[in-house]
Design a protein around this ligand. Structure first.
Ligand code: SF4
Length: 260
């Protein structure tokens, strides 16, 4: 038996990188609008149509300017629009060898907006979603059924996560299928999801659950897809600290059982 050990140190949330996605998502419709208004000034016969195209371009770019509460209220529509752009440009990004960078830029843009939206009114009912592939492949601890089955051997991030989750009373799920994670999220009805996954699943998750604000953290894949993946537990801790209202500490923290 041992007490919950000291948690890893964490700093402020890292800055998001979203310049590429924003340049495309906002830049293209605003560019089209500018050209349409220019055409309206010189092509008098088709002026009405050009003006209409210009206004449409501004309308398409408009959701990218919504912030804070306005963003929270319109989140579902914003995610649907942005998801369309992310998927439409993805084949081009893949062709250019920049698919991951494109998806991470999309994720970074939404992380940035979620941070703005929750900076001054933190989430009260947050849910953490983690993939099962963070567990060492040869480890037999049954963490899918009970997180505390982990022996905290330090060979994968589950031990650190478990200690942080118990100490801070986080609500979290580790699942081995995306559809189970979506179902858990719909059943729990959180006001914020903090999700860890590979870039492909992060994009799908953001599009599948447009109604729930989600802060996403990408996995690192030192051994390839779905095997012994890794993520930064300090990053997760910083996200929870920044975006989520802390719960009162439990009256008595239970020691973990490690007898294997
Ligand atoms: S920390 Fe160790 S015991 Fe816990 S899940 Fe990872 S490998 Fe298994």
């Amino acid at each position: 038996m041992s007490e919950i050990r000291a948690l890893p140190a964490y700093g402020p949330l890292p800055r998001e990188r979203y310049g590429v996605f924003l340049a495309v998502r906002r830049g293209i419709p605003l560019g089209v609008a500018a050209m349409a208004f220019l055409a309206a000034a010189f092509h008098l016969e088709g002026r009405g149509w050009w003006m209409l195209a210009g206004v449409a371009g501004i309308a398409v770019a408009w959701p990218t300017f919504l912030r804070g509460e306005a963003y929270r209220r319109s989140r579902t529509a914003i995610m649907r629009w942005d998801g369309l752009w992310a998927r439409a440009i993805r084949p081009l990004a893949r062709w250019l060898g920049q698919e991951d960078a494109w998806i991470l830029s999309f994720c970074g843009w939404h992380n940035h907006r979620v941070r703005e939206a929750f900076m001054h009114r933190k989430a009260r009912r947050a849910l953490i979603l983690l993939p099962h592939c963070i567990q060492l492949a040869r480890c037999k601890a049954g963490i899918l059924d009970d997180l505390q089955a982990c022996y905290d051997c330090g060979k994968c991030p589950v031990g650190d996560y478990m200690n942080a989750a118990i100490a801070s009373r986080w609500e979290g799920r580790i699942t081995n299928r995306s559809h189970k994670a979506y179902r858990e999220a719909r059943e729990y009805r959180p006001d914020l999801i903090v999700a860890v996954s590979c870039t492909d699943r992060l994009l799908k998750g953001l599009i599948k659950l447009p109604e729930t604000p989600s802060y996403v953290i990408p996995l690192t894949l030192p051994h390839g897809m779905c095997v012994d993946t890794d993520f930064s537990v300090p990053h997760l801790m910083a996200a929870m600290e920044t975006l989520v209202q802390p719960l009162a500490p439990p009256a008595k923290v239970q020691p973990l059982v490690r007898e294997a």
